[in-house]
Ligand binder design. Structure first.
Ligand code: ATP
Ligand code: MG
Length: 581
């Protein structure tokens, strides 16, 4: 196909849009791929739509290759099924809710587990019908708190969502691994640099859910990796190695000291180093106790919870939240402290917590036999040499302390380093959460009902357009990998000579005959303008019919690799076709 730029619905912009922060957003707008409509809502113009469709097609092919069958649900959905699973409420403000003319409640689907479960339940009734993988490539709606970075986080976006249905855990594992491999193929074909991170903590069985994160500085997700072993995980999923228990025999008794006005770790460390304890004290020798209140879902009342971490570490709210899930939590406020006089702010120690029945969870580094400097529950007093397992026994451990560059990797292979990423895919062994909600049973081999088990798997199709742009661009513009580029070749006519012009049209016809998708810049614009646009649009092969025409050569530029060479006109078409494979 030949698309003439003189007729293409495209206007490139010279300047970056004022509200765009990340490179992909700026470039996709400047190059005329997308246009903003409202916060988190974008229209797809011809070039953008081409890239989107190509990504969709790669995703579709790999889903079909693992036996997925494509279907399509409405985006506008009735409240009922989401009421059954509790998500009508649980989704909170992220859900777009609306009513029809009769006052019935509807929603715009944020994801479709309910509908797939109900549909499979409605159609299938025997174990013989499984395994089953269904998928759709469909528009989703989420009223994101912070729509951001153009199509990276939209309020309307396109997702490939698939769902596996099996009669046993073995089947679910197979479907999960098939998806994992399909995703590796998809992101490989799309030239995306990514890591796979376990999404939930080890406690839930590390492999039950994994995220695919595209490496990118503008990503909202932080992950850590070990360069030696390739281990990668979300900070929420990092498990701290618990030191072996140390013997307590012979350790000195704990001693309470007047420490003066020392409510912070820094002031406490200063005091300790001036007190002649006989060793150099650092914040890591102190034990900091953070007070929270926690509420289980469905409960009215809050429960007090104390979290103990080494004083050189902060409590990481993401890790804390993940560790406490599904419970709600809040840091203790002034009025809460006032209600519990035994909590002496700045001087809280394990003793008062345990005497007053406060649940006390500690970082795994606070292991049996380790000695700490911590609060003595009296203003201006701390205790030195308080030994875990001897002087206090926590109710358990919690992964709430921050993870730092240089911390040991859980696999023992080396240090962790942190990086940022953008979530492009998520695979999740859901189990029976939804099939329980809808009693989705089929008849088993023995004639008894079997409850189906499910997996759900998402790919951010529209987000990938921005992710690929983010990973492949330079200061001049976009640089699409061949697999997703809007065209195979961008042919620039940069010569006013009538013969050169008609020669260029012939070359275009040749390329077209070879099956290449061609963008032909036949506009009456200066060569400079045309080159700038070609660089901005990012089609991987740029062919220039320019001054060299008189000598029988055209210029071949590869926007992806940066390489430029001249080839004889009569070899141009075959050279390009060969390079494109
Ligand atoms: P995020 O943490 O980025 O909000 P999520 O955990 O909410 O993602 P899922 O519900 O697992 O995402 O959705 C599957 C995929 O859909 C994600 O991996 C992501 O690529 C994509 N996605 C999710 N929300 C958006 C959005 N607002 N805009 C564009 N793509 C999105
Ligand atoms: Mg989200």
């Amino acid at each position: 196909m030949i698309t003439r730029m003189s007729e293409l619905f495209l206007r490139t912009l010279r300047d970056d849009p004022a509200d765009a922060e990340v490179p992909s957003h700026k470039l996709l707008i400047r190059a005329g791929y997308i246009r903003p409509i409202a916060p988190g809502l974008y229209s797809w113009l011809p070039l953008g739509l081409r890239v989107l469709r190509r990504i969709e097609q790669v995703v579709r092919e790999e889903m079909v290759a693992i036996g997925g069958q494509e279907i399509l649900f409405p985006a506008l959905l009735p409240r009922g099924p989401y009421e059954t699973t509790g998500r009508w409420t649980e989704y909170g403000e992220n859900l777009f809710r609306l009513q029809d003319r009769r006052g019935n409640d509807y929603l715009l689907g944020p994801t479709h587990e309910e509908l797939f479960t109900l549909t499979v339940k409605g159609e299938y009734s025997s174990y013989k019908d499984f395994p089953l993988i269904l998928f759709q490539i469909q528009t989703k709606y989420r009223d994101e708190a912070r729509p951001r970075a153009g199509i990276l986080r939209g309020r309307e976006f396109i997702m490939k969502d698939s769902y596996s249905f099996d009669i046993d855990d073995g089947g679910l594992k197979n479907a999960y691994h098939a998806h994992r491999e399909a995703y590796q193929k998809i992101f490989g074909r799309l030239d995306v640099r990514y890591v796979i991170v376990s999404a939930v903590s080890g406690a839930m069985g590390g492999s039950a859910s994994e995220e695919f994160l595209a490496e990118s500085e503008v990503g909202e997700d932080t992950f850590v990796r070990c360069l030696e072993s390739g281990y990668a995980a979300n900070v929420e999923a990092v498990v701290t190695a618990e030191p072996e228990a140390l013997p307590t025999d012979g350790l000195p008794e704990a001693v309470v000291h007047h420490t003066g006005d020392t409510p912070t770790i820094a002031t406490l460390v200063d005091w300790a180093n001036g007190a002649g304890l006989g060793w150099e004290v650092t914040a890591a020798d102190t034990l900091k106790n953070v007070l929270l209140k926690v509420r289980q879902p469905g409960d009215e009342d809050w429960e007090l919870l104390a979290v103990g971490v080494p004083g050189d570490r902060e409590v990481d709210e993401k890790r804390l939240g993940a560790a406490l899930e599904p419970a709600d939590y809040a840091l203790l406020g002034e009025e809460d402290f006032a209600r519990y006089p035994f909590l002496v702010k700045g001087y809280i120690g394990p003793k008062a917590l345990q005497q007053n029945g406060v649940r006390y969870l500690v970082d795994p580094r606070i292991s049996p036999g380790t000695a700490w400097i911590t609060g003595a529950d009296i203003p201006g007093k701390h205790v030195v040499g308080l030994v875990a397992g001897r002087d206090f026994t926590p109710d358990g451990t919690i992964e709430a302390a921050d993870v730092r560059d240089g911390d040991p990797s859980p696999d023992g292979a080396g240090p962790l380093v942190s990086a940022r990423g953008i979530e492009i895919g998520h695979i999740f062994q859901l189990g029976r959460k939804y099939t329980d909600a809808f009693t989705a049973d089929v008849l088993g081999e023995d004639g008894k009902p079997v409850r189906l088990t499910m997996g759900s798997y998402g790919v951010g199709v529209s987000r990938l357009v921005a992710v690929i742009a983010e990973q492949h661009h330079d200061e001049l513009g976009l640089r699409w990998p061949a697999a997703v580029a809007p065209f195979d070749v961008h042919l620039v006519i940069a010569n006013k000579d009538a013969q050169a012009r008609s020669g260029a049209l012939e070359l275009a016809a040749d390329l077209d005959r070879l099956g290449l998708d061609l963008l032909l810049d036949d506009r009456q614009a200066s060569p400079g303008v045309k080159f700038k646009d070609a660089e901005l649009l990012g089609v991987p092969w740029i062919v220039v019919v320019g001054r060299g025409w008189a000598n029988g050569v055209v210029e071949l530029r590869n926007r992806f690799s940066g390489e430029t060479r001249e080839v004889p006109v009569d070899e141009a078409a075959t050279t390009i076709a060969a390079a494109l494979g």
